[in-house]
Design a protein around this ligand. Structure first.
Ligand SMILES: C[S@@+](CC[C@H](N)C(=O)[O-])C[C@H]1O[C@@H](n2cnc3c(N)ncnc32)[C@H](O)[C@@H]1O
Length: 197
């Protein structure tokens, strides 16, 4: 997928408002904590969190998204440390955040999802929160956002296979109608994972 091309439109592909999944789960984040937002795109989630007083670092590898995110932060008068970097080259173990937030980063091949999730856990401080939101395989039937490849979707097993029961604070599959720009719109089959370590 050429994200720079997708983002090269005047409007914000997923809108400027935060993901519904972030709103429904933000109470579980360490309030005001250092927060890494991965695959942040055009900044709707990082800017929202910065406005709520979190100290936010956000990462994505799309230069167009990076520019749009910076301009959103500027217009909202908040500071976010935006990093233009390839997800697969980040050394997660060298990071340390109170919160790690991943909303719809549904591009990790099946053979890499476990090391990636473990990496994200290692980037989360003890006492911190890892929030992951994505689509389940049923989303393919809806076709209202996300990739067309079932193997990139998450199921509960994606998380229960990897995390200890005591680390899984919340794991919920659900359906809802979302309206998040032209990129995510309509009935959707989703999953939220919250890990606390
Ligand atoms: C579905 S969008 C979600 C954007 C954002 N999380 C949101 O909710 O608005 C997926 C994002 O993953 C980013 N992405 C895809 N492959 C990447 C990679 N290898 N490294 C970093 N970011 C990547 C894309 O640029 C895009 O912004």
């Amino acid at each position: 997928m050429d994200w720079d091309e997708r983002y090269s439109i005047d409007e914000y592909l997923f809108g400027k408002e935060p993901a519904q999944a972030l709103l429904r789960n933000e109470e579980h984040l360490v309030s005001g904590g250092t927060t890494l937002v991965i695959a942040d795109g055009e900044g709707r989630n990082s800017v929202y969190l910065a406005k709520k007083g979190f100290k936010v670092t956000a990462t994505d590898n799309s230069i167009v998204a990076n520019q749009k995110a910076k301009s959103l932060a500027l217009s909202e008068n908040v500071e976010v440390d935006y990093k233009l970097e390839d997800f697969f080259e980040i050394k997660w173990t060298e990071k340390s955040y109170d919160n790690v937030v991943g909303i719809c980063f549904q591009f990790v091949p099946k053979n890499l999802i476990e090391p990636v999730l473990l990496g994200l856990r290692s980037a989360t401080k003890k006492g911190g929160t890892l929030l992951i939101h994505g689509y389940t395989p049923k989303q393919i039937e809806y076709g209202t956002g996300g990739p067309k490849d079932k193997s990139l979707m998450y199921t509960k097993n994606t998380f229960t296979n990897l995390f200890h029961e005591s680390e899984i604070f919340k794991l919920e599959e659900y359906e809802a109608t979302i309206n998040e720009g032209i990129g995510h719109s309509g009935r959707s089959a989703m999953i939220d994972f919250i890990g606390k370590f």
